[in-house]
Design a protein around this ligand. Sequence first.
Ligand SMILES: CC[C@@H](C(=O)O)C(=O)SCCNC(=O)CCNC(=O)[C@H](O)C(C)(C)COP(=O)(O)OP(=O)(O)OC[C@H]1O[C@@H](n2cnc3c(N)ncnc32)[C@H](O)[C@@H]1OP(=O)(O)O
Ligand SMILES: [Co+2]
Length: 134
Amino acid sequence: MLKRLNHVAIAVPDLSAAAAIYRDTLGAKVSAPQSLPEHGVTVVFVELDNTKIELLEPLGEKSPIASFLDKSPSGGIHHVCYEVDDIIAARDHLKEKGARILGDGEPKTGAHGKPVLFLHPKDFNGTLVELEQI
Ligand SMILES: CC[C@@H](C(=O)O)C(=O)SCCNC(=O)CCNC(=O)[C@H](O)C(C)(C)COP(=O)(O)OP(=O)(O)OC[C@H]1O[C@@H](n2cnc3c(N)ncnc32)[C@H](O)[C@@H]1OP(=O)(O)O
Ligand SMILES: [Co+2]
């Protein structure tokens, strides 16, 4: 079911400062910011040879990453995103296995314009898992 690692996401309190670290200190290629109100975040992608780093900061009052940053004010690894061929088949398989799909269980459109779903961290060794259909 799982294909490639699409991205590792790092929640940050200040997106432009974090982007500058990756661009200027680490010498990486960093995309322009994308505001995604339906996800409650603004993101940039750090392009690596074999995957991407997604830097995200809260957007709006109800950002799902606000409490994460309350607990870790300097930021931290927030989620991993795996690619799947068929996100509905993956979802139904996971539900059969008793995993919890977050939100209303229906895929949303992610930062790459593809369907994404999130799985509860408590079911996956304390790690928030995102699935993205390729
Ligand atoms: C840019 C678009 C898209 C993309 O295309 O890439 C994105 O990546 S959007 C990213 C932001 N969106 C989301 O994260 C949506 C899914 N997340 C959620 O629904 C919530 O964050 C959550 C996972 C349900 C947690 O909500 P929260 O309000 O923080 O609930 P709790 O504080 O009660 O946490 C419950 C429990 O889970 C632990 N937790 C919370 N966040 C994480 C995390 N990122 N990684 C691991 N564990 C996490 C939290 O510590 C609590 O554990 P206990 O304290 O032990 O109960
Ligand atoms: Co993501």
